[in-house]
Design a binder for this molecule. Structure first.
Ligand SMILES: C[S@@+](CC[C@H](N)C(=O)[O-])C[C@H]1O[C@@H](n2cnc3c(N)ncnc32)[C@H](O)[C@@H]1O
Length: 238
């Protein structure tokens, strides 16, 4: 790949067909059209949130050509690496989208996605920053909208805080089914150890355990909708 500085990488990204970013035609049109305008097939779509240099997206796409993979990150200089690997290896089932996860609803139609991976998100340890954790309620609401019915979310993290915080958020919802919770995937010889991200390697080198959660949204009532129904029933009784 040679040594490229940040500006060179941005210039490369502009020319690369597998990087969807502001200023490109597809960036404005892609919502609801990943299959027909980009992948040109009807295969399932898997999205990695906060993909960094894209090792996970690339690893998954290499292993399973029967799905389409999209790595999402705000940092163009990181996406550059994943995009370069995909082009070098001729992987046509991969794309990288440069956006903030806060805006992800602008790029995926309801029910467009089959699976989501959240890999080693920053734990944002300060309580005042909890709303920025990538499993905070507002993000889960976006993921729920873009996911198909029965679509699953996977979380891999080194952080006890992130793991416990996410379990609490999920337990507080009545529209979530927790499918799997593993505190140490390496001790458990779990399949999710098959591909390691850059941050995973870094955290493992410091002796951290790697944790994994898998969950899905289930049709049903959220606590908010139950509250609204009860309130309206009481109104009717007056
Ligand atoms: C700790 S790194 C992990 C990167 C990669 N998943 C890995 O395991 O090597 C977190 C990544 O999430 C991205 N990120 C964090 N918050 C984001 C947000 N709100 N929108 C888009 N990307 C975000 C960062 O740019 C960074 O690349």
């Amino acid at each position: 790949m040679g040594r490229r500085n940040k500006l060179d990488r941005f210039a490369d990204n502009e020319k690369r067909p597998n990087v969807i970013e502001p200023g490109k035609d597809l960036y404005e049109k892609i919502k609801g059209h990943w299959r027909d305008l980009y992948f040109k097939n009807d295969l399932p779509i898997v999205v990695e949130i906060g993909c960094g240099k894209g090792e996970y997206t690339i690893g998954l796409s290499r292993d399973d050509q029967a799905k389409n993979y999209i790595g999402v990150d705000i940092k163009g200089e990181r996406i550059w690496y994943g995009s370069a690997s995909a082009l070098e290896e001729g992987l046509t089932n991969v794309a990288f989208l440069r956006t903030r996860v806060e805006q992800i609803g602008q790029f995926f139609e309801d029910d467009e996605v089959d699976e989501i991976w959240i890999t080693f998100p920053g734990p944002r340890p300060k309580k005042s920053q909890a709303h920025r954790r990538l499993t905070a309620t507002r993000f889960l609401e976006s993921y729920k909208k873009m996911l198909k019915k029965d679509g699953v979310i996977h979380l891999k993290t080194d952080s006890d805080l992130m793991f416990e915080y996410t379990l609490e958020i999920l337990a507080d919802r009545s529209d979530v089914e927790l499918l799997e919770s593993v505190y140490d995937v390496y001790a458990a010889n779990h399949w999710a150890t098959a591909i390691q991200t850059r941050f995973e390697k870094k955290f493992m080198a410091t002796g951290k355990t790697i944790k994994y959660l898998r969950f899905r949204f289930i049709p049903g009532l959220t606590k908010r909708s139950i509250f609204t129904i009860i309130t309206s029933l009481f109104k009717d009784c007056k």
